[in-house]
Design a protein around this ligand. Structure first.
Ligand code: AMP
Ligand code: ZN
Length: 481
């Protein structure tokens, strides 16, 4: 079996993925700051993380993923105040919108969606320990991390600290720092702001400590993989490393993966340019969420993605080709024996192996799509003359395995998804039917390939999601426990 290789921002090189626990991958993904609906740039990063998760699963790993919801932060507080709302009242509709967008784009649910406001005691515990060990200090009820006490600071981003010293402006509420590079762990309260009691008086956590505390609480001191968009590398992830490693004395993360930004018509999205699109804006203009996923997933995550009307048209026409091939395959005359012109059973197994190899090369999605369309071409060439029942089943099973990662092939599932997505139906963290069916299909494919270890792992994963399987002669049935 070939390896999975990933580009590690830490060290900036391709590395073979080797998790801490055999067969398991723990993944922390920085989630949305919920003061607005996600924009399509955020969604690009979430789709990349979904592709990574599904690729890990294709390689047989059981994934435990955490995606935090940042629900206390300057912009949230300012907006809640402006509207006369509590934090919960302000963030609730945006959290619903986030889950709705995940469902609309076929993004598999993480195992945990912790909210920062539910983990403040854990943040206070970490900050307290950092103060006691001399890595942090208090000034007027705020606590700052002492960057000079962590010599490895800057290793992830390669940032030149002298530049930071000269260039950075001190935020209004961060005066009092010993060093301009130091960053805030705890902010003393200001009138009218939400606050929590702490050993340094009432206040609230800084943004960076939120992810360090939530990842530790749910995944432990060391993570296999941590992801985010490139804008997170500095200072957010650099600061997370400093806090977590000084607290625990262990390496924080083995593999750092960052996705490049999405641009709209070649420009950075911004409110002033009026090009900050949300998924709901695109849908209102008649875009098909399946084509949006295709457009987001089909550009390699380390390349900038230029989102344009043409990229959506291109996605739609690629999807049409896939649908037409499936239709032709469904309606092809049935033959008793495989003709001389080629064997689709072998061809489809080769396509799955090819897709796996391409995705294993740092998620080379263009290569994977090349393999898929190679199979499409072969099927189209063969269908008019007819296929055997075995060939048809083999092509279908291969497409199902490929789609367990790409999630663009099943037109009917997308129709159902669009009909079934309402905020009420999606705000919970449970898996939807399509996700369960996709896991069941992957387990079937693993069993067919005699990969019983992966099949067992998927059964366990389903069991943890509350799904009971029954293998019958007609296939696998599932029900919620
Ligand atoms: P935020 O809600 O701003 O905290 O961002 C959530 C995620 O979206 C983070 O991983 C960001 O790095 C990522 N992100 C923000 N803007 C973009 C963009 N234009 N393109 C791709 N990812 C982005
Ligand atoms: Zn984070």
């Amino acid at each position: 079996m070939s390896d999975l290789r990933l580009f590690n921002t830490l060290g900036r090189r391709l590395e073979t993925f080797a998790p801490m626990q055999a067969g398991e991958a723990c993944l922390y993904t920085c989630g949305p700051t919920v003061y607005d609906e996600p924009h399509i740039g955020n969604l690009r990063t979430f789709v990349f993380e979904d592709l990574l998760r599904r690729t890990l699963e294709l390689f047989g790993y059981r994934v435990v993923q955490v995606m935090n919801l940042t629900d206390v932060e300057d912009k949230i507080i300012a907006k809640a105040r402006e509207r006369g709302l509590s934090i919960d009242e302000l963030t609730a509709p945006y959290i619903d919108a986030f889950f709705r967008d995940l469902s609309l784009l076929g993004i598999a649910r993480a195992e945990h969606y912790p909210r920062a406001t539910a983990f403040v005691p854990q943040m206070i515990e970490m900050i307290g320990a950092l103060v006691r060990s001399g890595h942090a200090y208090e000034v007027d009820g705020s606590v700052f991390f002492h960057v000079a006490r962590f010599p490895a600071y800057g290793r992830l981003s390669g940032i030149d600290l002298c530049q930071v010293r000269q260039g950075e402006r001190v935020a209004d509420d961060e005066y009092g720092k010993d060093d301009v590079r130091d960053f805030v762990l705890w902010k003393a309260t200001k009138p009218g702001e939400p606050s929590w009691e702490s050993p340094w008086g009432p206040g609230r956590p800084g943004w960076h400590i939120e992810c360090s505390a939530m990842s530790r609480a749910l995944l432990g001191d060391t993570l296999d993989i941590h992801c985010g968009g490139v804008d997170n590398i500095f200072p957010h992830h650099e600061n997370e490393i400093a806090q977590s490693e000084c607290f625990s004395g262990h390496p924080f993360v083995h593999y750092w993966l960052h996705s490049e930004h999405l641009l709209v018509d070649g420009e950075k999205m911004s409110k002033s340019l009026g090009n900050q699109y949300r998924l709901s804006d695109l849908l209102e203009r008649g875009a098909d969420p399946r084509a949006v996923r295709y457009a987001l997933v089909s550009v390699h995550y380390r390349q900038r993605l230029n989102f344009t009307a043409e990229s959506l048209e291109h996605a739609s026409s690629a999807l049409r080709r896939l649908d037409e091939m499936k239709f032709r395959l469904d309606h092809a005359p049935l033959l008793a024996t495989v003709p001389e012109s080629g064997d689709l059973v072998t061809r489809s197994a080769a396509a799955v192996a090819g897709v796996r190899e391409q995705l294993g090369d740092d998620l080379n999605v263009s290569g994977a799509l090349g393999e898929l369309f190679g199979l499409v071409k072969e099927v189209n060439r063969r269908v008019e003359g007819g296929v055997t029942a075995g060939e048809r089943e083999a092509v279908r099973a291969s497409l199902c395995t490929i789609d367990s990662v790409l999630q663009v092939l099943d037109a009917e599932a997308w129709r159902q998804r669009a009909l079934g997505v309402t905020p009420a139906a999606t705000s919970g963290a449970g898996p939807c039917d399509q996700e369960i069916e996709s896991l069941v299909a992957r387990r079937t494919a693993a069993r067919q390939g005699r990969d019983f270890a992966s099949a067992d792992r998927i059964r366990e994963q389903l069991s943890e999601l509350g799904i009971v399987l029954e293998d019958t002669s007609g296939g696998t049935l599932w029900r919620r426990r």
